[in-house]
Design a protein around this ligand. Structure first.
Ligand code: GLP
Length: 263
């Protein structure tokens, strides 16, 4: 695993976006062989999306042949609810770039048959040739997508009950009213993320310091699902200084040293 330590949120977001842009450009995607990008929601990736939009507006990158699969969606929240992940993605990313609507995939949390919806989603990822680069954030309790503590590290797309920690954390988007936060979500599994060719996680702020410590220094554990990335051949976490608050000095220095000459 690579750990890139940037000074602050702005620089980490730029690093991540520039990495994504370079990967898309290098792949030189076509309609027959598009670039498949896994997309997260949450506050962490907003800066990264902002920078990707800037690069698109400058003509440095095109999303014409990019296919996306989002990580997760709440169950039972209307698609046009301002806090649905559908709304989030259009607001912060899709409506500002030249992606084709038919290339966007987001789980339908209002599907009649949720099991079937999840199975079809996994199939659609496979049919698209798998995910080239899965972007992600991380919860304070170390979850990726909605793979809460205790999730199987080989899980695939499925329905998941949210933990109290996540409901409390996400209540900031629902007027701090716990009763307004959906209790259930559909989410790609840890195994779905692990099957991607590359994974890039953005992690910022002191609130993520414990999660980062477990991701990098702890053992692989279902209690910190982000730690599964230790078993991925091409995983990168890009973080800011404050997210490193709980790392050992030696760990911090090691990654600073080995990454100092890299992009
Ligand atoms: C939610 C999302 C995750 C995200 C996490 C952290 O639980 N399902 O994908 O990583 O929140 O969100 P934030 O970036 O706002 O801290």
């Amino acid at each position: 695993m690579r750990l890139i330590i940037e000074p602050d949120y702005l620089t980490l977001s730029r690093w991540a976006a520039d990495y994504v842009a370079a990967k898309i450009k290098a792949a030189n995607p076509t309609p027959e062989k598009p670039f498949v990008l896994g997309c997260p929601t949450g506050s962490s990736p907003i800066g990264l999306y902002k920078r990707l939009i800037e690069l698109y507006k400058k003509g440095e990158i095109s999303f014409e042949n990019v296919v996306t699969f989002n990580m997760d969606e709440y169950v039972g929240l209307a698609e046009d609810h301002p806090e649905s992940y559908h709304s989030f993605m259009w607001k912060h990313f899709f409506s500002h770039i030249n992606i084709k609507k038919e290339n966007i995939h987001i789980l339908n949390g209002n599907a009649k048959n949720l099991e079937e919806e999840c199975a079809n989603y996994e199939k659609a990822i496979k049919d698209a040739g798998g995910i080239d680069l899965f972007l992600g954030g991380v919860g304070q309790d170390g979850h990726i997508a909605f793979n809460e503590p205790g999730s199987s590290l080989t899980s695939v797309t499925r329905k998941k009950e949210l933990t109290s920690d996540t409901i409390i954390a996400n209540s900031r988007f629902f007027d701090y009213d716990l009763d307004k936060v959906p209790r259930v979500a559909l989410t790609v599994g840890v195994g779905t993320v692990m099957a991607a060719k590359e994974v890039l996680i953005v992690c910022n702020g002191h609130g993520k310091a414990r999660a980062l410590k477990h991701a990098v220094e702890g053992g692989v554990s279902q209690m910190w699902t982000i730690s599964a990335l230790q078993l991925h051949p091409h995983a990168i976490i890009v973080c800011d200084e404050t997210a490193t608050d709980e790392l050992k000095v030696g760990t911090y220095k090691y990654f600073k040293d080995i990454e100092k000459d890299n992009l």
